[in-house]
Design a protein around this ligand. Sequence first.
Ligand code: AMP
Ligand code: ZN
Ligand code: FE
Ligand code: FE
Length: 281
Amino acid sequence: MRIDLHSHTTVSDGTDTPAELLALARSIGLDVLAVTDHDTFEHLPHVRAAAAREGVELLEGMELSCELEGHSIHLLAYGMDTEDPTLLAEMARIRAGRADRLPRMLAKLAELGVPVSAAEVLAQAGTAPSIGRPHVADALVARGHVASRTEAFQRFLADDGPAYVARYNPDIRTGIDLVHGAGGVAVLAHPWGRTSSTVLTESVLAELVHQHGLDGFEVDHEEHSLEQRARLRTLATALGVLGTGSSDYHGTGKPQQLGCNLTHPEVYAELCRRIAVTDGE
Ligand code: AMP
Ligand code: ZN
Ligand code: FE
Ligand code: FE
């Protein structure tokens, strides 16, 4: 079984449409794909239809923007009730924060000599309800200021970059509780990746498991070194939680390919069991 539990479409900051993503999943022989657009459920009706057409098993997901001590942390939610009013309200608040910071980010870019307009960014975002820095990056590329999303982040948009502007995020502990409140399974995305490794120490991960029932974390992710993967795998086993593997595929927006990391079938079976338990409550 080939199982990839983290991917994005044009409904957030991926560059493949839901139909393109599921067709690709089938063509590379994935059995299961979770589609986890940022802070929205709007991808789900589209990916459900596409998954049925392509004969790929879909795990319904979403990547919730959270933070801890000012550092960005991403939380994957799986199998949740997509009509849970508390979770929906928080997601709407996060999306509003995404839109609110855009003018300040554009002002900084103008000061840095690489101006783009809000209209240009919105044109790149299309109908995506979650506007993100990758859309700003695309506008910078379209203007010829940079050659790629990667260069836009390296020079301007990264968390420690000169055009960075913080936006609203719930605390990670609140995020985990919200996902559980909606009957979902909560798995930390790339805990030791670019932005969150300094705050998500082994003891903080253990605390999130013991005090908030965190269900697991990504082990095999492109932003983790082989040494980090080994340590995270050992830690997941010691804590009795899910250690997943995923591509975090964004289409042409990032270098990693769909299916470049996979989740073990036994881990996926346990994830499905945890979803079924909450469904039965
Ligand atoms: P935002 O959602 O606006 O905070 O932007 C963060 C998103 O930008 C992440 O979810 C990634 O998809 C993307 N991202 C972060 N760093 C990079 C990078 N160096 N290159 C390309 N995309 C990135
Ligand atoms: Zn993204
Ligand atoms: Fe992420
Ligand atoms: Fe992601």
